[in-house]
Each structure stands twice: as structure tokens, then as C-alpha cells.
Design a protein around this ligand. Structure first.
Ligand code: SAM
Length: 230
């Protein structure tokens, strides 16, 4: 029974991965082979082994939710394709997404990640006794800057200080109001052909409404939404 369930899950995973690759290729005008090579790069990396070990996970998709297992490698691939100078992220928690972004920046040999998260709170998803971003490997931290506070307080100042950004990634408070607030704040600062990326776009209509009102075309990779600014 377990084997059967796992087989179904494996088939779902393969289908999802093929669809992610196709959509990524289409939005960036790349070949499937070029996108596949990037997923392979991260899948076979020593970094992935190390981060999973640190997180207490096995290298297996069975341990993750479907969105999680493809989300972080996809963030890696997006950063490898766009080769950003500046990435801004809201919502760090353990630092899973931050780690994959920073690993891509390291591989690109350029770029900085600015992250915003609230002060640690007792009810946070963070593992007990851990600090925000504890998963991030030490050697990647030199390209990382963490601002503690709400995105409403910190994001406007950060963006005006940075002036232009290449990628904005939302994964903080997924309320409709906050998502719309962050997208509206970020979009004027995103350079042409830069990205707005959002996790959990299926939680509400914020991402869909934002795209519709701004006439932005987007792709959705399960719960992850990607807008490439024209
Ligand atoms: C889903 S977790 C982030 C997961 C992370 N991106 C990862 O992949 O490991 C959401 C985080 O958003 C933070 N958060 C919630 N509301 C926020 C706000 N208004 N401003 C900034 N951060 C917020 C929480 O403290 C929490 O750490």
C-alpha cells in the first residue's frame, strides 16, 4: 500500500517537474534542455546534500510537500537564469528559500540578497530555539542582509535605498492586503525583465488580481507565481 502511494506520489512529482520545466522554458525563451540542466545542477549539488542534512531531512521528495520540493530548486533556477545583482525577499523563517537563492548567487559569482522577517516569536514556524535563517550555510552569509521588522515597516525604505532590484520574492504574511501591499511596493523598483515571485498564490486572489489590474502576464508553478516585468 505504501509502495503504491509512493509510486503515485512519484508520478505526480515527475509530472509536476516536467510542467515546471516547460513553463520556465516558455517564460524565459529557453530550451527545455537548458532549464533541465539547471534543475540537475541543484539536484546533484553538494549544497543540497548539506542543507538537507542540516535540516534533518533525507534527500527524497517523500519528506517534503510537493510545493516545497520543487519551490526551492525553482528559486535557485530563477536566480541562475536572471543572474540578479539584487534580490529582495520577505519571509525567511528557517532560511530554506534564502539558502537556495544565496547558493545561486554564489554560483553566479555576483548578487546580494536582502531579506525581511519579523522578530522571532513563540508561535513562529521556526524550530524551537533557532534563530531566523539558521539553515543558511555560513559561507553564503556574506551576500545576505537580514532586516528585522514587518515588511510594511521595512520594505519601502529598503527599496528606496536599493533603487533598482532584479527579483522580489514574497513569502511572508499571505493575507490579501499584505500581498497586494508588497507587490505594489516592489513592482516600480523591479528592472525590465526582472521578476516578481510569490509563494502561496493559491491562498487568495491577491496575485491574480495584481496581474489582472497591472496587465502582467505570469506563470504559475503550483503555488508559486512568477511575473516577468516587460
Ligand atoms: C512561510 S515562512 C517563510 C519560509 C521561508 N521563505 C522558507 O522557504 O524557508 C513565513 C515567514 O514570514 C514571516 N512574516 C510573517 N508576517 C510578516 C510580515 N508582515 N513581515 C515580514 N515577515 C513576516 C514569519 O515570521 C515567517 O518567518
Amino acid at each position: 500500500m505504501t509502495a503504491f502511494k509512493d509510486l503515485n506520489r512519484f508520478i505526480d512529482y515527475c509530472r509536476a517537474k516536467a510542467s515546471y520545466k516547460n513553463k520556465m522554458a516558455s517564460i524565459f525563451g529557453l530550451t527545455l534542455k537548458e532549464v533541465s540542466m539547471l534543475y540537475e545542477e541543484i539536484d546533484k549539488s553538494e549544497f543540497l546534500n548539506q542543507i538537507l542534512l542540516k535540516a534533518g531531512q533525507r534527500k527524497s521528495f517523500f519528506n517534503f510537500s510537493m510545493s516545497c520540493v520543487l519551490r526551492a530548486p525553482t528559486l535557485y533556477c530563477l536566480c541562475r537564469i536572471v543572474r540578479p545583482e539584487t534580490v529582495v525577499e520577505t519571509g525567511v523563517a528557517d532560511g530554506f528559500s534564502s539558502s537556495f537563492i544565496l547558493e545561486a548567487l554564489k554560483k553566479n559569482n555576483k548578487g546580494k540578497l536582502y531579506s525581511i522577517d519579523l522578530p522571532n516569536q513563540p508561535d513562529q514556524e521556526l524550530k524551537q530555539g533557532r534563530v531566523t535563517g539558521w539553515l543558511i550555510p555560513d559561507d553564503l552569509k556574506k551576500n545576505w542582509s537580514l532586516l528585522i521588522g514587518s515588511s510594511r515597516d521595512k520594505l519601502p525604505d529598503l527599496l528606496s535605498r536599493l533603487k533598482k532590484i532584479d527579483i522580489f520574492y514574497h513569502d511572508s504574511d499571505h493575507s490579501y492586503e499584505n500581498m497586494i501591499f508588497e507587490f505594489n511596493e516592489a513592482i516600480p523598483f523591479v528592472r525590465k525583465a526582472g521578476l516578481i515571485v510569490s509563494d502561496d498564490i493559491t491562498d487568495n486572489n491577491a496575485f491574480r488580481d495584481f496581474c489582472y489590474l497591472g496587465k502582467y502576464t505570469s506563470i504559475s508553478l503550483f503555488k508559486l507565481g512568477v511575473i516577468r516585468k516587460k
